[in-house]
Design a protein around this ligand. Structure first.
Ligand SMILES: [Zn+2]
Ligand SMILES: [Zn+2]
Length: 165
């Protein structure tokens, strides 16, 4: 389903085991219970992948690449300050949430202030979704448009086969 190279191997492993592909769609998309269940199942597969020991990266990096939170976004998020890149669970214990949208995350007030100009619009629009894993962003960008195109082509195909009057 996912072209090779697009998703992290740990993420791809979990997709092959799970019967869903988690993509954050906003906070109201899944209930807290469903989200907890989904993330438990998914992260269990990631642990299974790590336990196999075939991936030599440090555990924290694999978890960063593949584990999801209860909103189907990244479990370990990266500071959204411009060119900061501090990783939760590795560089900082916990990132702080933007107090307004409660979705954007920062390691410090400096990073928050530096990104405010860019974040301002999204912050108030309410359209923001949970920070994605790199694999999710890649899938969203490359796979979903293709599926959409397939669906459109199929529609055109069906329409062109419609009997003429
Ligand atoms: Zn930062
Ligand atoms: Zn915000």
């Amino acid at each position: 389903m996912v072209p090779s190279g697009l998703a992290d191997p740990a993420f791809a492993y979990a997709i092959s085991k799970a019967d869903f592909c988690p993509i954050p769609r906003g906070r109201s998309f899944v209930s807290k219970e469903e989200g907890t269940e989904l993330s438990d199942v998914w992260n269990g597969f990631v642990d299974e992948y790590i336990a196999q020991g075939s991936d030599e990266r440090p555990r924290v990096e694999i978890e960063r690449a593949a584990k999801i939170n209860t909103h189907c976004g990244a479990l370990f998020r990266v500071c959204e300050g411009p060119s900061c890149g501090k990783l939760e669970g590795r560089d900082v214990e916990r990132l702080s949430l933007c107090s307004k949208c409660k979705i954007a995350v920062y390691c410090s007030r400096t990073c928050q202030a530096a990104s405010w100009k860019e974040h301002k619009e999204q912050c108030s629009s309410g359209s923001r979704v949970e920070q994605m894993l790199p694999s999710q962003a890649a899938i969203q960008e490359h796979v979903f448009p293709a599926l959409w195109k397939d669906a459109l082509n199929l529609t055109h195909h069906v329409l062109s086969k419609a009997p003429e009057k």
